[in-house]
Design a protein around this ligand. Structure first.
Ligand SMILES: C[S@@+](CC[C@H](N)C(=O)[O-])C[C@H]1O[C@@H](n2cnc3c(N)ncnc32)[C@H](O)[C@@H]1O
Length: 334
């Protein structure tokens, strides 16, 4: 299944158009349709009903997420970018150059692209469940960096990270930006970070984490007036129809998102506008008017809390870089 790089491909420097490669790609996440249906049905039949956030990302979901990052209300992306720009050389000096750069949940690969010059990775490995979108992103990245060895991995890491041998034995710099770690509960995050530490082969971690802040700012970031986040959430109904064989109507559900101050997390839900039944081959779930399907959590951390989590996961040397408002943290860990 490994698609090889182009003939005569060789590493020179990243701007060398004479040695154009094609990205290698390994599709390790073979969607077992029956297992996916069983997972979705179990979630819908639970109380409260739920669907895992990984199902938000198909080709359209990935595009809608990219649109969210452009919104003025969605501060995490631009704040993280500002921290990267302010501390790039310092962070690269701390983490070291020449590693294999492993991008977890790579999406458009844009953030990693911004690090190539500073980190000079020997190889770029992009991991994502949204494979159609990832393949396209990697083709664009390869055009911009013709000599960079690239490996794409179609992989679901929700239950822990296990990278294939094809990634190679060298130390890996694990890159997990965008505060995606917040989609795990704190206990799951610890288990995931342990698997990331193990998979790094001593190479280190660069991770973006959203911090606890005032509720109004957080609520607006996940419920923008233009309705882009609502479209991202409601796209899940189309996924349910496709993967489970439901006939859910997008117009029957509202997007609901709010910060739960006690739990320090954003919750995202799809709320039924009227009493309705979601039916699929072999099952159904009745929803009362106002009843919700829980689709995502995004946990927020304090700087001290997340640094402690990293140490507990096995990273000994941890540094945090932040913005003047201390809204977001970029942690470099070895
Ligand atoms: C919030 S987006 C972040 C994208 C990009 N890294 C950024 O920071 O802008 C999360 C990314 O992780 C991917 N993803 C979500 N769940 C995943 C899973 N269980 N396994 C692999 N990738 C996953 C999504 O497809 C999406 O590209």
């Amino acid at each position: 299944m490994l698609a090889r790089g182009g003939p005569g491909a060789r590493r020179t420097d990243f701007g060398d158009t004479a040695s154009m490669r094609t990205p290698d790609f390994l599709q390790l996440h073979h969607e077992d349709a029956a297992a996916v249906r069983a997972e979705l049905a179990a979630g819908l039949l639970a109380t409260p009903a739920r669907v895992a956030p990984k199902f938000l990302y198909d080709a359209l979901g990935s595009r809608l997420f990219d649109a969210i990052t452009e919104l003025p209300e969605y501060y995490p992306t631009r704040t993280e970018r500002g921290i990267f720009e302010a501390y790039r050389a310092e962070i690269a000096g701390f983490l070291g150059t020449g590693r294999t750069l492993v991008d977890l949940g790579a999406g458009s690969c844009e953030k990693a692209a911004g690090w190539l010059a500073a980190l000079q990775p020997a190889r770029y490995v992009a991991v994502d469940i949204s494979v159609v979108y990832l393949r396209h992103a990697l083709e664009c990245l390869q055009r911009a960096h013709p000599a960079l060895p690239i490996l794409g991995l179609g992989l679901d890491f929700a239950a822990g990270l296990a990278l294939p041998e094809a990634v190679g034995p060298e130390p890996r710099l694990m890159f997990y930006p965008g505060s995606s770690i917040g989609n795990f509960t704190p206990d799951e995050a610890l288990a995931f970070l342990r698997s990331v530490q193990r998979e790094s082969h001593g190479g280190g971690l660069l991770i973006g984490v959203d911090f606890v802040k005032d509720k109004a700012t957080l609520d607006l970031a996940y419920d923008d007036p233009l309705g882009v986040t609502a479209a991202f959430n409601r796209n899940l109904l189309r996924r349910l129809n496709l993967l489970l064989g439901c006939e859910a109507r997008v117009e029957d559900f509202d997007h609901v998102a709010f910060y739960d101050t006690a739990r320090q997390r954003i919750e995202m839900h799809l709320q039924a506008r009227r009493a309705l039944t979601l039916a699929w081959p072999g099952g159904e779930r009745r929803l009362a008017a106002g009843e919700r399907i829980h689709t995502e959590n995004s946990y927020k951390y304090t700087e001290a809390g997340f640094a402690a989590l990293l140490r507990e996961a096995g990273f000994r040397d941890v540094r945090c870089f932040s913005d003047p408002q201390r809204w977001f943290g970029v942690f470099a860990a070895r």
